[in-house]
Design a protein around this ligand. Structure first.
Ligand code: IPE
Ligand code: IPE
Ligand code: MG
Length: 224
């Protein structure tokens, strides 16, 4: 049975769910947050140590302002109301991506990271304004500036995921089979599951089923 240390999720399909059931994309984002809470709880049950959630990509700025504002207001409310509870549950929050939001949100994110920085049960990496190509280019630039030799090890030091082991498992909901600029380097050997369901409909049972299947895969890493 494969150990499962790190799960990464592309939480896709909120907008389509909202349009289908509530006539607004934003209603889907709100509903999707409930799935986030369920999956966090279930990850702890499975003794998963790292959960990386793709919440906003560098390309998502191309969306209408109304939707972007709504997404960030959801995040702001969530953190304001729930960070205490996450902290009590010994959960660590880390942001991956570039924090260039409103000063209020930047502060809230920094504060949440700091408050939970010593926690050890589960680390949630929230990918916000995250883009893998930007991350890689930035890391190469740092190496070049410092005159350091380019190697897997040296490059990893300058990625946002520094000190985080690579994901074992990637799940993308929403019936789309692409990576959308997510962890291109780090997913080199991840087991990938594409799910048809929209993120708000993704259940703990779906999660359990994927994990069970993952555990029985023969992972080769090039060997036989
Ligand atoms: C994913 O759901 C969440 C974010 C990108 C913030 P979408 O909003 O992409 O939902 P669909 O894919 O349009 O249904
Ligand atoms: C990927 O979903 C980003 C997040 C889930 C945050 P998108 O819905 O933005 O991806 P594309 O644009 O359909 O590839
Ligand atoms: Mg989408």
């Amino acid at each position: 049975m494969n150990p499962l240390n790190h799960v990464a999720i592309i939480m896709d399909g909120n907008g389509r769910w909202g349009l289908k059931y509530k006539r607004s994309r934003n209603a889907g984002h709100k509903e999707g947050l409930k799935t986030v809470e369920r999956i966090i709880k279930q990850s702890i049950k499975h003794k998963i140590k790292f959960l990386t959630l793709y919440a906003f990509s560098t390309e998502n700025w191309r969306r209408p302002k109304k939707e972007i504002n709504y997404l960030f207001s959801l995040l702001e409310n969530f953190l304001t109301n729930r960070i205490g509870e996450l902290h009590k549950k010994n959960i660590r929050l880390k942001i991956i991506g570039v924090k260039n939001f409103s000063s209020k949100l930047n502060k809230l994110l920094d504060g949440s990271e700091k408050k939970t920085s010593k926690n050890t049960k589960l680390q949630i990496n929230l990918a916000l304004n995250y883009g893998s190509k930007f991350e890689l280019i930035n890391a190469f630039k740092v190496l070049q500036r410092k005159g350091e030799k380019i190697s897997e090890k040296s490059l990893s030091k300058y990625l946002q995921t520094k000190n985080i082991p690579d994901p074992d498992l990637l799940i993308r909901t929403g019936n789309t089979k692409r990576l959308s600029n997510f962890l291109l380097w780090q997913l080199a050997y991840a087991e990938i599951f594409f799910e048809r369901k929209f993120w708000p409909d993704f259940t703990v049972r779906d999660y359990d089923r994927i994990i069970k299947e993952y555990k029985n895969i023969k992972r080769n890493f090039g060997k036989i």
